[in-house]
Design a protein around this ligand. Structure first.
Ligand SMILES: Cc1cc2nc3c(=O)[nH]c(=O)nc-3n(C[C@H](O)[C@H](O)[C@H](O)COP(=O)(O)OP(=O)(O)OC[C@H]3O[C@@H](n4cnc5c(N)ncnc54)[C@H](O)[C@@H]3O)c2cc1C
Length: 462
């Protein structure tokens, strides 16, 4: 609990209108988009920062008085990464939301941490450039949160994730020191790449106050194919066939039968409900290559038992399919009072075993599950609908998750591909990271944040 005197001290150095300290104002910062049974603590104060200097002021104060500081973008992470385990200060970045520089010739953009991903994408696209990382909620999530979670999305198979598009970062350390990490050039072989250490560190090592992003040319055209399969094995074989045809699709997403049926029940979208799996394949590139790419994809699918293949060139029709795919989470949420999403990844060769194993585990625990994911990179998102207040169901969920993670690891995969660990998976981290490696991580954390004030209680136990 922050002392009243601390709140008064902060009031003296920051604008009063940028501080929230009433209980009802702080309440909405107690949670993020993770559906957790145990509700977290309220922060003691929320600070809307407007400049790097203000972030430094807050950090110097927090460091001197050993106060926890949790950075917050749009609060859309799904693992409790920006909840307040020990109260303290929440830094709200929504007022640091300026695009500081856009250089189309160098294909770079310099941004403040509160900029919304969708705004970065739109500005780049307006001059034929492309910022590929695309968590499916990119219209609301921020670049600061994306850097901290190393967000991915449907295009990661071809284009990589956030970590592949950061040229340099400005960060404020726990003691308030400002550092620039990385040179901003396309290549950089000087010293340790500390900026890469910050990416994915969930706000536990430093606070991102500025980022220089790498952009690439926007593909001239895109097109989509949808197809259905009687098994995930056939669907995976179909994807392998596409790659053997030397086609590198921008996305290869899937929906399982339960997710298709659930979407059709709540948001009818003309999907076929009698097949085990649907693939959504998007190809991009020059307009003149589209027909060839689509023909080759179709050929590979047909030779791997696909049915109901549909080729889509019309933007609206393609968007309608994506809307149905994105509706899967909302549809699953209508099955029960709560829905919990997960995020495991395995090599593509093990995808079928992972999906079937997930279904079997949920069936055994009497849990409803809708599964979607990205076939290209083997990323599986089970969406489990249940009542978290029902202790028996919650116990089954806990056991099922543990079994799902063990299965992913036994298949050569890991327990998070893009959502991160937060508090939600913290107790499972030692299943996949050896104790010596965890100890090295603890040493790094102590080096960066000796008082453990930056987003404490996340990723691993200290
Ligand atoms: C419907 C839905 C769909 C999603 N789809 C995807 C998807 O397809 N792919 C994917 O990868 N993710 C996905 N996510 C997860 C989410 O989009 C990402 O984690 C997101 O990028 C987080 O951004 P945010 O601004 O909401 O960050 P927040 O949730 O506010 O914060 C996330 C983390 O970043 C830290 N943080 C925030 N700002 C800073 C900063 N300036 N400096 C240091 N640390 C900071 C926080 O402390 C926290 O640890 C989805 C989430 C939802 C709700």
């Amino acid at each position: 609990m922050l002392l009243k005197s601390s709140i008064n001290d902060l009031k003296k150095v920051l604008k009063k209108e940028n501080l929230l300290f009433q209980e009802e104002e702080r309440y909405c910062y107690a949670q993020d988009s993770a559906n957790l049974k145990d509700k977290s603590n309220l922060p003691d104060i929320v600070v809307f920062v407007e400049s790097i200097e203000e972030v430094q002021k807050v950090m110097r104060y927090a460091n001197t008085h050993n106060i926890p500081v949790v950075s917050r973008g749009a609060g859309t992470n799904t693992v409790g990464a920006c909840t307040c385990t020990k109260g303290g200060i929440v830094l709200n970045f929504s007022k640091m939301n300026k695009i500081l520089n856009f250089n189309p010739d160098d294909m770079t953009m310099r941004v403040e941490p509160g900029v919304i991903l969708g705004d970065i994408k739109s500005l780049a696209e307006s001059v034929g450039l492309f910022y590929p990382p695309d968590p499916s909620n990119f219209k609301v999530s921020t670049i600061g949160g994306s850097i901290a979670q190393s967000s991915g999305g449907a295009k990661s198979f071809k284009y990589g994730t956030t970590k592949d598009y950061i040229l340099s970062l400005k960060v404020v350390m726990a003691d308030g020191t400002l550092m620039r990490l990385g040179s901003g050039t396309i290549k950089d072989a000087v010293g340790y790449h500390l900026n890469q250490l910050i990416i994915g560190s969930e706000g536990t090592l430093a606070i991102v106050v500025e980022a220089e992003l790498k952009l690439i040319p926007l593909p001239e055209s895109n097109a989509m194919i949808t197809a259905y399969f009687d098994s995930f094995e056939d669907a995976t074989a179909g994807v392998n066939g596409i790659i053997r045809e030397r086609i590198f699709p921008a996305t290869i997403d899937f929906m399982d039968r339960n997710s298709i049926t659930t979407v059709e029940n709540f948001y009818p979208s003309d999907l076929k409900t009698d097949k085990e799996c649907m693939l959504l394949i998007e190809v991009d590139g020059f307009e003149v290559s589209m027909d060839t790419q689509l023909e080759r994809v179709k050929k590979a699918l047909l030779s791997n038992k696909a049915s109901d293949i549909v080729l889509l060139r019309d933007k609206e029709a393609m968007e309608a399919v994506w809307t149905a795919r994105r509706a899967s989470y909302g549809a699953a949420a209508k099955l029960a009072p709560d829905v919990v999403t997960d995020d495991i990844i395995v090599p593509r060769s093990a995808l079928s075993k992972m999906v079937c194993g997930c279904k079997e585990i949920c069936r055994k625990h009497n849990l409803q599950v809708c599964i979607v994911g990205h076939v290209g990179d083997g990323n599986v998102h089970p969406q489990i609908a249940l009542n978290l207040d029902n202790d028996e169901e919650f116990k089954h969920l806990t056991d099922a998750k543990s079994e799902i993670y063990s299965l992913a690891i036994s298949l050569g995969g890991t327990i998070s591909a893009e959502h991160g660990i937060g508090i939600e998976k913290l107790s499972h981290v030692d299943k996949i990271i050896d104790e010596e490696v965890l100890n090295s991580m603890r040493k790094i954390k102590k080096l960066f944040d000796v008082g453990n004030i930056l987003n404490p209680g996340k990723i691993f136990k200290m």
